[in-house]
Structure formats: structure tokens, C-alpha cells
Write a protein that binds this ligand. Structure first.
Ligand code: SF4
Ligand code: SF4
Ligand code: FES
Length: 235
């Protein structure tokens, strides 16, 4: 039987043990086998203590972001067949680890809350929905699809070094999504909040985020768009 070899990061803060990489082997079930299938096999058949987040298994919930052979991705949509073995699986970089492959996402979601990710409108709510033309709706394409997996932010060197103050590509892409929404009436306030040397301008266009995004979104371009809006207000 063909098998695949993995080296998986292990850490349990309840023991005195230092983090280490643990070897596992799982049966290869064919070209459709994803990394999550291998991790599930390990958890359900070999070692129930291995801990990781997952839910949808379809690249939709964003919960199984991890570092796979040095590249951030969603375990459920990364085929094992294309990975060099032993497959090295680590938690998302630069985040504090709660256990094994689970990182603390609290700060990431605090930053998301900070950008007020909801429709802000001062005009009275219409009886039916707030309408958009097809062109206005199309402006949200490439932005609304973000699943907040954090693969981009945790691959960004600026975020590693200044994650306490730099909002990071995920929250900035979400900001761009609300700035692009024709129904939103808080553009001025949103731009005021983003006009900050650290929050926005710590992006140095290194573009790691673009390569890391499993949804093929372009946070670099979204951040560039915000910067242009901010700079055009000053000229
Ligand atoms: S383009 Fe900006 S946000 Fe993306 S990885 Fe580079 S510095 Fe970070
Ligand atoms: S932009 Fe892409 S990588 Fe970043 S959080 Fe959204 S879906 Fe994940
Ligand atoms: S399990 Fe939901 S995105 Fe992978």
C-alpha cells in the first residue's frame, strides 16, 4: 500500500515539553486526497491528541489555514500528491500557538472588528433592499470572497514585525470591500480611520499575501487602492 509521510508540529502548553515535529504515515487514497484527509486519518486512527481546526472541508469556512511545506494554505484544498515528502505541517507563522496547529486568532479578529465590517448608511432604510446596478455589484468581485482564513496576513513580513499596529492584508482587503460598496455611506469615516502610517502604510508591496491567498484574491491591489484613495484626498 502506498503511504505518505508527514512531519507535524506538536505543542501542548499543559506539559513542560518543548514544541517538536512528530512523524506520521498515512495511506495514500488517490489523487483526490487532500492534506486534511491525511490529518483526519492520523487523528481518527493513529493519534487522537493531534489538534487542528477544520469544518467545511471545501475551502469555504477558512478554519484550517496552516503552513504546508513552508507555504500557507487551507489543508482541505491542498492535494497531497503535489507535495514534497515528508510533508512539513506547521501552524500559521508568527501567531501564538494554543495547541499543535491551532493558533490564537483573537488579535486577527479584533483587527477585523476594528474596520467595522458592516454596511453603514445614514439614509433611511428603504422598504425593500438597497439597490445596486450590476456594475456597482461587480465592484465587489475579488473582495467579497475573502473567507478570513488569515493565510495572507500571517505570510506578510510587515505583519510579522508590526502586527500590533499594521492591520494586515486580510483586514485591509475587507476595508477595500466596504469602500467599494455603493450602498455604504461612511467612506469619509472609513478613510479617516485608515489614514495612518502603521495601520495601512506599513504595507510595502512585498506581495507574499497575494501568493498565499487560497481564494486567489489580491490583497496587494486592494491595499494599493486604499492608499491611492487616501493620497488623492491630500492632493
Ligand atoms: S503586499 Fe503588503 S500586505 Fe501583502 S505581504 Fe506585502 S507588505 Fe504584506
Ligand atoms: S484575502 Fe485570501 S488569504 Fe487573506 S484572509 Fe481573505 S481569503 Fe484568506
Ligand atoms: S475546512 Fe473549511 S476551509 Fe478548509
Amino acid at each position: 500500500m502506498q503511504t505518505i509521510k508527514l512531519l507535524v508540529y506538536r505543542y501542548n502548553p499543559e506539559t513542560a515539553e518543548e514544541p517538536f515535529m512528530q512523524s506520521y504515515e498515512a495511506p495514500f487514497s488517490g489523487p483526490g486526497m487532500m492534506l486534511l484527509d491525511a490529518l483526519n486519518y492520523i487523528k481518527w486512527n493513529l493519534d487522537g491528541t493531534l489538534t487542528f481546526r477544520r469544518s467545511c472541508r471545501e475551502g469555504v469556512c477558512g478554519s484550517d489555514g496552516m503552513n504546508i511545506n513552508g507555504v500557507n494554505g487551507l489543508a482541505c484544498i491542498v492535494p497531497v500528491a503535489g507535495l514534497k515528502q515528508p510533508i512539513k505541517v506547521r501552524p500559521l507563522p508568527s501567531q501564538s500557538v494554543i495547541r499543535d496547529l491551532i493558533v490564537d486568532m483573537e488579535h486577527f479578529f479584533d483587527q477585523y472588528r476594528l474596520i467595522k465590517p458592516w454596511l453603514q448608511a445614514k439614509t433611511p432604510t428603504p422598504e425593500r433592499e438597497r439597490l445596486q446596478t450590476p456594475e456597482e455589484r461587480a465592484r465587489l468581485d475579488g473582495l467579497y470572497e475573502c473567507i478570513l482564513c488569515a493565510c495572507c496576513s500571517t505570510s506578510c513580513p510587515s505583519y510579522w514585525w508590526n502586527g500590533d499596529r499594521f492591520l494586515g492584508p486580510a483586514s485591509l482587503l475587507q476595508s477595500a470591500r466596504w469602500l467599494a460598496d455603493s450602498r455604504d455611506e461612511a467612506m469619509g469615516e472609513r478613510l479617516d480611520a485608515l489614514d495612518d502610517e502603521f495601520k495601512t502604510f506599513r504595507c510595502h508591496q512585498i506581495m507574499n499575501c497575494l501568493e498565499a491567498c487560497p481564494k486567489k484574491l489580491n490583497p496587494t491591489a486592494a491595499i494599493g487602492n486604499i492608499k491611492r484613495r487616501l493620497l488623492s484626498r491630500k492632493s
